[in-house]
Design a protein around this ligand. Sequence first.
Ligand code: NAD
Ligand code: ZN
Ligand code: ZN
Length: 344
Amino acid sequence: MRALQYVEIGKPPQVVEIDKPTPAPGEVLLKVTAAGACHSDEFIMSLPEDQYIYGLPLTLGHEGVGIVEELGEGATGVKVGDAVAVYGPWGCGACKKCQEGHEQYCPHAAELGIAPPGLGSPGSMAEYMIVKSPRHLVPIGDLDPVAAVALTDAGLTPYHAIKSVMPRLSGASWVVTIGAGGLGHMAIQLLKVMTGASVITLDVNEEKLAFAREMGADHTALSDENAPEEIRKITGGAMADVVLDFVGIQPTVETAGKCVHTESEIVIVGVGNGALPVGIFTLPYETVVRAPYWGYRQELAEVVDLARRGKITVETETFPLDEGFKAYERMHEGSLRGRAVVVP
Ligand code: NAD
Ligand code: ZN
Ligand code: ZN
């Protein structure tokens, strides 16, 4: 079968021919129908050799949907022909975090050699993929695979981040979102569906800001040193109750710190390695700063449900598997609209 693999540090991923995998006991083999390209893939492919821990060659893709093709011995809960989405942050399945469905925080995954698909285990950018357990699968019913696939991360991650700040958001609240890309455009839609808050989105050019308004942002502003002053004007001096940063570089986390009022919350989702020190003189009093990872298993089912009801829609650009590397080129140049989806 064909797979898009990261083969050599610093080189673009390439399509290679590898053996079709066979499911071991308890595993599920999926025929992949769509695979999403995330900025985190670009991040790991930018790491120098001494920081890269995901193994080579690595079949990319931690967003995947497919059709159940074959069940390993003893695997139950799904049947051949089911259309499913893959919950990617795999844990041990047995510890307290995993039992709660918070598998992304399983403390045993690393020591047991368990890694998400595309981030250590072979990922979804291939004709077939192995899913370690049926518990990682969420039925998508008749949702279009291309439209559904990014729900597994670009949908789930902002959904989880927003759920954590729900108590702070009323109909009179202000939320600032930074970055209107794959995750950010879903965050805007989710905020409008889940809360009554007004959304102000920051991004780097007018085209992105127009896209954010199309997705439902009430206001937009350029993400530069003037952004906090713009937020002050838009909010009539109130400033934001919550900032969700889907970029996470030092300039954006610092912007986030300047856009909030006292007793507010900043959620850093982007892996730009920015850091915001919490101290009496660094941020408005009692500002909470949080950095979540991915989301809970049951939250993926909720996000899929929202999409099935037509309340959220992933904007996509598709690429055939053979040209999957182009998805990352476009991501790198910042010209994607919504999510890039690779179709095997
Ligand atoms: P993306 O490339 O689709 O979107 C990034 C967006 O940010 C683009 O619209 C871009 O124009 C905008 N942007 C870039 N620089 C900016 C700046 N200085 N100010 C404002 N906007 C700016 O990326 P994505 O796939 O949506 O991922 C977003 C981030 O979230 C990445 O860092 C990714 O690695 C990270 N991520 C984190 C988690 C997690 O669990 N914490 C999960 C998935 C992705
Ligand atoms: Zn991701
Ligand atoms: Zn566990």
